[in-house]
Every structure is written in structure tokens, then in C-alpha cells.
Design a protein around this ligand. Structure first.
Ligand SMILES: Nc1nc2c(ncn2[C@@H]2O[C@H](COP(=O)(O)OP(=O)(O)OP(=O)(O)O)[C@@H](O)[C@H]2O)c(=O)[nH]1
Length: 374
């Protein structure tokens, strides 16, 4: 899916050096999180300084604890990070609200109303478990704040001007947080929906399209669109990798291969697992020399970095061979195109692997290579 806001996406991407192999959407997703975290941490620090100033050691301890959790959370794996982020943002906001209640008294009810409205919008797009977690997290702290308030009564040491300023800041920060979280949730849930709810069948191991799905979508493409390239991709010497490092290592190579190919290809290109270690790529509107350039980029790009296997203990150099078939005008037979790509793949293998051969007869372009251990 293309990011709905390309300018925002480009801006957000400046916030991080990304690991290689991420798609533009994934980069935006990461970057959004980083902006949210930066804001969250800055906000916690701001409140911490204010608490110190006001001598509120209890709320200060709470804020600092959350700051530490935030920072730890930053280091976590991104899947877990997503769930934690939602909770942390809610908790952080509640800390601010408990402060508001304490110092602004019942007027802070408006903040609650506003926060509740934002949370509702946010929750609509989350899973049931996440909604439960969010609500639990969001209810705990204001509840604690109310108990404290009931015991001590609201105090209001701030002048009306300061109180208004802080409440405005509070509401602005809330708005920025939740806007960013909403944007991010929109992108991620769209991706999830595309992946799991659209009835599209995926290969379980690699996440590539299943063979039947690929054929179905490919036939649709041939009916609808003009030029197109079909590439048959084969991992070189996978049986050697399996024998030397075990089948699990081979599986990791296949998974990583699909991830890297996706990062090189455009969003509209389809990656399907055709069988075993063979993948078919369907690239609409790609023809002539541009198809060769993409095939070359795949060969070079995928093998540029070693593949990490066995939980990071070892790494392998892995290369690809690719056969490219170009759709001639009027071609409607997908299987014939795939068969043509397969013939070209056979030539690429025969001529030494780690290269592509295309209908353009411009390949092979790379020297022979073998899978080797670093
Ligand atoms: N780990 C793993 N291996 C697979 C999977 N599917 C197929 N293979 C292996 O891929 C290997 C394919 O063997 P070959 O057709 O001889 O190909 P190769 O060893 O890659 O040699 P070349 O293609 O000539 O470079 C076999 O060892 C299969 O067991 C899979 O899902 N996981």
C-alpha cells in the first residue's frame, strides 16, 4: 500500500537510519513510532521537571518510571513494541491528566472528555485484546489520581494564566500524540487487513503469495494491463545450504530472500512462491531494459549482505539466478510466460548461477558465484 501522505512520509523518514530491506511503508511505520516516542519522552521530561518544581515526588516517580519503560521499549522488537507503545502512550497521557486533575481541579474534566473521544477513535481500529489493554491502562491511572484527589482534595497553586497555558500545552501534546498514533494505526491495520482478512492466500513460510493466488492475480493482470515482466527466481545451491547448515537455516534464507526482494521491488509487483526454492515475480508496466535493470538489482541487492542464520550465530553468502520473460503485446497466457522465464532461468543456472538471463538477451551480467560461509 502506498503511504497516504508522501510528504509526511518523507519528513518522518529523516528520523531514523533504517535497517536494510524495509519497504517505504515499513520505514514510515518505524519513523512514525520514533516521532511519537521522541514526543513522549520529551513530554515526560517536561512534566518531570515541573513535578520537581512543585515538589510532587509521587507523580514524579511515576513519570520517571514510565520514561525508563519508554526507553526500554524503544529497544524492543517492533511487533511487541507496537502493543507496548499504545499502552505507554495511554499511560503517559494519564500521568499528565492526573497532574491536570490535581492542579486544575474539576475543570480538567474537559481534558478527560477530549482524551476519551480520541481514545475511542483510536480503539475502533485496534484488536479486541489491544482495546482491553488500552482501556485497562487508561482507567488505572486516572482512578489512582481520583483516589489521591479524594483523600487530599484538589489544590490549585498555579495562577489562572499558568493553568491555562499548561492545559493548552497538555491538549496540544495529546492531539499530536494521537494524530500520529492514528496515522500509524491506519497504515499498519491496512497492511494487516490486506494480509490476513482479504482472503488472499500466502505461503506460510515466507509470506509470499501462494502459487494459486499468484496465478489468479497474474491472470487478472494480463487481462487488464499492458507491458509486464515475469521473473522466475531460484536460490543458488539451497540443497548445499540445507545439507551444511540444516533445513531450518534454508528456511531462514527463503524468508529473508522474500523480504529483500520486496524491499527492492515496487509495491505493485507481486512475489509468489512457485514451489520449493523457486519464486515468480510479476512486475506490471516493467519492460525492455528496465526489466533487466530490476533483475540485475535483485541479483546484486539480495546477495549484497550476508544472510544471518541460526539466531545470528552464522551468516551465509547467498546468490540468486533469475530468468526474465517479457510480455509481448497480446500475450494472455500466463503459464506460457512463466515457462519462458523458466527456460531463461535454466540458462542462467547453466551458465554459472548468480546472474539473470532475459528475453532481451542482455544478460548475463554478473560473474559466477557460490554459496559460501563468512
Ligand atoms: N530449507 C528448505 N529447503 C527447501 C524448501 N523447499 C525446497 N527446498 C530445498 O531446495 C533444494 C532444491 O534443490 P535443487 O533443485 O537441487 O537446487 P539447488 O541445490 O538450489 O541447486 P541449484 O538450483 O542448481 O543452484 C532441495 O534440497 C529442497 O529440499 C523449503 O521450504 N525449505
Amino acid at each position: 500500500m502506498a503511504s497516504p501522505h508522501p510528504h509526511l512520509a518523507r519528513f518522518l523518514m529523516r528520523f531514523e537510519h533504517f535497517p536494510t530491506g524495509l519497504t517505504p511503508d515499513e520505514k514510515t511505520f518505524h519513523a512514525t513510532f520514533n516521532v511519537v516516542y521522541t514526543l513522549a519522552v520529551a513530554c515526560h521530561l517536561f512534566y518531570a521537571i515541573m513535578m520537581l518544581w512543585l515538589g510532587e515526588m509521587g507523580i514524579l516517580a511515576l513519570n520517571l518510571a514510565m520514561l525508563v519503560v519508554d526507553l526500554v521499549c524503544l529497544q524492543l522488537h517492533r511487533a511487541r513494541r507496537e502493543v507496548l507503545a499504545a499502552n505507554l502512550l495511554a499511560l503517559g497521557t494519564c500521568a499528565q491528566i492526573s497532574f491536570s486533575l490535581r492542579y486544575f481541579g474539576p475543570e480538567a474534566g474537559f481534558d478527560y472528555f477530549y482524551f476519551g473521544a480520541l481514545l475511542c477513535i483510536y480503539c475502533i481500529r485496534t484488536s479486541f485484546m489491544r482495546r482491553v489493554m488500552l482501556c485497562a491502562a487508561c482507567l488505572c491511572m486516572p482512578l489512582a489520581a481520583y483516589v489521591v484527589l479524594m483523600l487530599e482534595g484538589a489544590i490549585n497553586p498555579l495562577s489562572a494564566g499558568w493553568a491555562l497555558t499548561f492545559r493548552v500545552i497538555n491538549l496540544c501534546v495529546l492531539t499530536i500524540f494521537f494524530t500520529l498514533v492514528l496515522v500509524q494505526m491506519g497504515w499498519s491495520s491496512d497492511r494487516l487487513r490486506q494480509r490476513f482478512e482479504s482472503g488472499v492466500r500466502f505461503d506460510e513460510l515466507t509470506g509470499a503469495l501462494s502459487r494459486s493466488e499468484l496465478i489468479e492475480k497474474g491472470r487478472g493482470m494480463l487481462a487488464d494491463i499492458g507491458p509486464m515482466s515475469v521473473m522466475m527466481v531460484d536460490v543458488d545451491h539451497l540443497s548445499l545450504i540445507n545439507e551444511t547448515w540444516g533445513r531450518q537455516a534454508g528456511d531462514q534464507v527463503l524468508k529473508e530472500l522474500v523480504r529483500r526482494m520486496r524491499s527492492i521491488l515496487r509495491n505493485e509487483d507481486l512475489v509468489g512462491r512457485y514451489g520449493g526454492e523457486e519464486f515468480v515475480l510479476l512486475c506490471p508496466n516493467l519492460h525492455g531494459k528496465r526489466a533487466d535493470q530490476v533483475a540485475e538489482r535483485l541479483c546484486k541487492g539480495v546477495s549484497a549482505l550476508p544472510f544471518v542464520i541460526n539466531d545470528g550465530i552464522s551468516s551465509l553468502d547467498v546468490s540468486l539466478s533469475i530468468g526474465v520473460a517479457l510480455r509481448q503485446s497480446g500475450d494472455k497466457d500466463l503459464e506460457a510466460l512463466i515457462a519462458k522465464a523458466d527456460v531463461n532461468l535454466f540458462r542462467a543456472k547453466h551458465e554459472g548461477c548468480n546472474q539473470f538471463v532475459s528475453d532481451n538477451q542482455l544478460g548475463p551480467v554478473l560473474g559466477p558465484g557460490v554459496a559460501g560461509v563468512i
